[in-house]
Ligand binder design. Structure first.
Ligand SMILES: [Zn+2]
Ligand SMILES: [Zn+2]
Length: 264
């Protein structure tokens, strides 16, 4: 099984095929983007300093994309030295998902880590312009070795969705599904009850807080489907574990997890 990640340019229609008016529109848009960039230079999403392109400045980018030496092949937990090996938690109890991977790592205590700051801007300050550079990291670092029938963002409860106005997992999952040429199933999983934000809880509390919080939508079945579950941050894994359990119980053939970040 190979997960095909094609360069975006390979699927973009050419200006020739779309006619001269589209080409003119694109030139106008490019000119407007350049003019706006001159008037309002973009700032780094990690440290706030000015940078040439929207996203992260070079030092922040290096921090965000810092590689780790080894991981747990099951849950993706990073280790400082080789070789890869199963972590204690996966040895004690197999997770409900088949494989979890994260594209970048930051220390949970380091709230000023560039990636943590960008995610905070997106989730709590409503700065959706952070979504694009974050999606770029997802494209660059996602594993390329599996294909999926559907991509599912971890759902928010309707109350939280109303409060925030958007689901950050959908912002990440949508462009990823397009690139993977897999179906995007925004409403495949439903959050059936509100939960205390996991960030406020310890490991054990997180598990009981999230238990039974998800259900598969009545008008959809994941039976025999290979699924990719997408979320912004993997902390203890309690949320994606519960989602995966729900999907496996409903007959999913496999559930992989991809998160943008891993908070250690
Ligand atoms: Zn920076
Ligand atoms: Zn593990």
């Amino acid at each position: 099984m190979r997960l095909r990640l094609e360069p975006a340019s390979a699927r973009q229609p050419t200006t020739h095929s779309l006619g001269p008016s589209c080409s003119r529109r694109r030139r106008v848009r490019t000119f407007t983007e350049h003019a706006l960039r001159l008037l309002y230079p973009p700032s780094c999403r990690g440290c706030g300093s000015r940078c040439r392109r929207p996203g992260f400045c070079e030092p922040c980018r290096e921090l965000v994309l810092a590689a780790f030496e080894a991981i747990c092949p099951r849950c993706g937990r990073p280790f400082p030295s080789r070789p890869d090996h199963l972590c204690g938690r996966c040895l004690a109890r197999s997770p409900a998902f088949d494989r979890a991977r994260s594209c970048a790592v930051y220390a949970r205590s380091a709230s000023d880590a560039p990636l943590a700051r960008a995610l905070h801007g997106l989730k709590y300050l409503g700065d959706v312009s952070c979504a694009r550079p974050l999606t770029r990291i997802l494209f660059e670092r996602a594993p390329h070795d599996r294909t999926y029938d559907a991509v599912l963002p971890v759902p928010l409860h309707i109350d939280r969705l109303r409060w925030r106005g958007f689901n950050q997992a959908i912002l990440l999952a949508r462009p990823l599904a397009r690139r993977l040429r897999a179906e995007l199933r925004v409403d495949g999983l439903v959050r059936v009850r509100p939960t205390t934000p996991q960030i406020e809880l310890g490991v054990r509390e997180r598990q009981s807080n999230i238990r039974g919080a998800f259900a598969v939508a009545r008008d959809w079945s994941p039976r025999d489907l290979r699924l990719l579950l997408v979320d912004d941050v993997f902390t203890t894994g309690a949320t994606v574990e519960e989602c995966s359990r729900t999907l496996r119980r409903a007959g999913a053939a496999s559930v992989d997890v991809l998160t943008l970040a891993r908070a250690l």
